[in-house]
Design a protein around this ligand. Sequence first.
Ligand code: GLU
Length: 438
Amino acid sequence: MTVTRFAPSPTGYIHIGNLRTALFNWMIARKTGGQFILRIDDTDPERSKEEYVDAIKEDLEWLGLTWDRVERQSKRLDLYDEAADRLRNIGRFYEAWETPVELDLKRKKQLNMGMPPVYDRSALALSDDEKSALKAARGAGVWRFKLDHARINWTDGILGDLSIDAASVSDPVLIRQDGQVLYTLASVVDDTDMGVTHVVRGSDHVTNTATQIQIIEALGKVPPTFAHHSLLTGPQGEALSKRLGTLALRDLRESGVEPMALLSLMARLGSSDPVELRRTHDELVEGFDISHFGAAPTKFDSDDLIPLSARVIQSLSASDMAEHLQSVPEDIREAYWMTIRGNTPIRADADKWWPVFAGEATPEIAEEDESFVKEAFALLPEPPYSIETWKAWTTAVKGATGRKGKGLFMPLRLAVTGQPRGPEMADVMALLQKKPTL
Ligand code: GLU
């Protein structure tokens, strides 16, 4: 059975970048009738916050990305200790005492000499006496995994065949000086223990994956299938972190973005498949194929969400929208909604057009149109109006003033609705409850 997981650290809100990770993993599980695990990576007690755990769940629920179970790394620390012991026993784990300043100095020296800044493994050359002395002087060290200096190969679900020379990577620190187990170890223990079959994550994790494959094999387990999706950039290719890096899902939600609009965009953006509005989660999952995604950075433009959201809204009925139509009298709610729904990209704005129909719009009249509009309004009878009213009125105004085309219609639209754009004027007039005044 397919098992995937979304593994956020509860140190902040889900943002547009990690939504992709969540969504891809969710779709793989749903497409194959597998399991989707929400794994909370909370081994860092200082940075992990309960409020973010709640917020992450809330955001996923808003999108309908349901999980089959929740796991928390903070409850699994014993398993990580066991794995660490196993690595020690097979000679793949060693303690190192360099301070961050010392490591930095080493790196600078290597770079000056034109060498890659890879940890030089001096800790491996320490004698027992030297180790005791360092321990006495500096306390516990960090624990590093001893990479096997061979090439690490895997076939990536998106990037294809990858090969990384382990000698070009520093032996990863898996346990901090204060004893805290780091993500790299905790994650492989969980992935293998929970039977995770597919790991999809951002391409910033590629090097991690190489080292994790060796750790998994050292622990006698089989690595899952990996796929690394490209990172998002802004519309001009600029780093997302600059402008949108903090674009949290809750901000999008508050700005009125429809969940199916967001999902429809993110489920196909960066792939060879077209972005189209999908009405249901099943439709999202149906055409999804991870191998259709490319390695190039993916441009994200939040403006693309507006037309998609608008299309979601256009498909809703007045009763779907009842909550947002309270200020519209019930007997004309249906007619009102049908008239304006094509001009309302945000649910919460559903009643924004109502003042126009209630005769409370503030007319917009350019100085040069003042006498024209006055003349036109004199030709408009009192309500009730119908779908014929606009045609009859504008024909009369045209006859009286000689104006036609835009010069005729635009000043009248502005005078009646106060806005340069909106629903068909024939529909607007048919619904007007009062004769507009100037
Ligand atoms: N907690 C890790 C992160 O948010 C998980 C990465 C992974 O999917 O393995 O970066």
